[in-house]
Design a protein. Structure first.
Length: 137
C-alpha cells in the first residue's frame, strides 16, 4: 500500500519529468536553434530537431495525463502505466544517445540526454519494483 509520502514523491517526480520534457519538447519544436544552443550543441536541421521535439514533448505530456487521470479517478493505475512505458522509451533513447556520443555521431553536448533519461528510467523502474503507484512489489 502506498503511504502519503510515496504518493507525494510520485506526484513530484512525475511533475518534474513531465514539465522537463514538455518544456524541452516545446523549445525544440518552436525554437530549435535556441534550444540546441542552450545545450551547447551546434544547430542542425531545424525541421528534424522540431520533429524530435514533438516526441520529447509527448513523453512529457504523458506524465501530466497520468497525473490528471489519478486526480480524476482516485487511482494511480494510469500513471503507473505511464511510468512503465516512459521507462522503456527513456532506456532506449538513453542507450542510443550514449552510443551515438561515444561513436562521434552526436556532439558531446548531447550528454544530458542519456544522463537524464537513463537516470529517470532507473528511478522509475526501481520504484515500480518496490510497489509504488499501487503495483505489486
Amino acid at each position: 500500500m502506498n503511504s502519503g509520502w510515496r504518493n507525494t514523491a510520485a506526484v513530484l517526480l512525475s511533475l518534474f519529468a513531465g514539465a522537463a520534457d514538455a518544456g524541452t519538447g516545446g523549445a525544440l519544436v518552436f525554437a530549435p536553434v535556441l534550444a540546441l544552443q542552450l545545450m551547447g550543441v551546434p544547430p542542425r536541421d531545424p525541421a528534424m530537431v522540431a520533429f524530435v521535439g514533438a516526441f520529447v514533448g509527448a513523453v512529457g505530456i504523458s506524465y501530466l495525463c497520468g497525473l490528471a487521470s489519478w486526480r480524476s479517478s482516485g487511482s494511480p493505475r494510469a500513471l503507473r502505466e505511464v511510468w512503465k512505458v516512459t521507462a522503456l522509451v527513456r532506456f532506449a533513447v538513453g542507450v542510443y544517445s550514449a552510443v551515438a556520443i561515444a561513436r562521434g555521431a552526436l556532439e558531446p553536448g548531447w550528454w544530458t540526454v542519456p544522463a537524464f533519461d537513463l537516470s529517470l528510467a532507473a528511478v522509475q523502474i526501481a520504484l515500480l519494483r518496490r510497489g509504488w503507484l499501487g503495483g505489486e512489489p
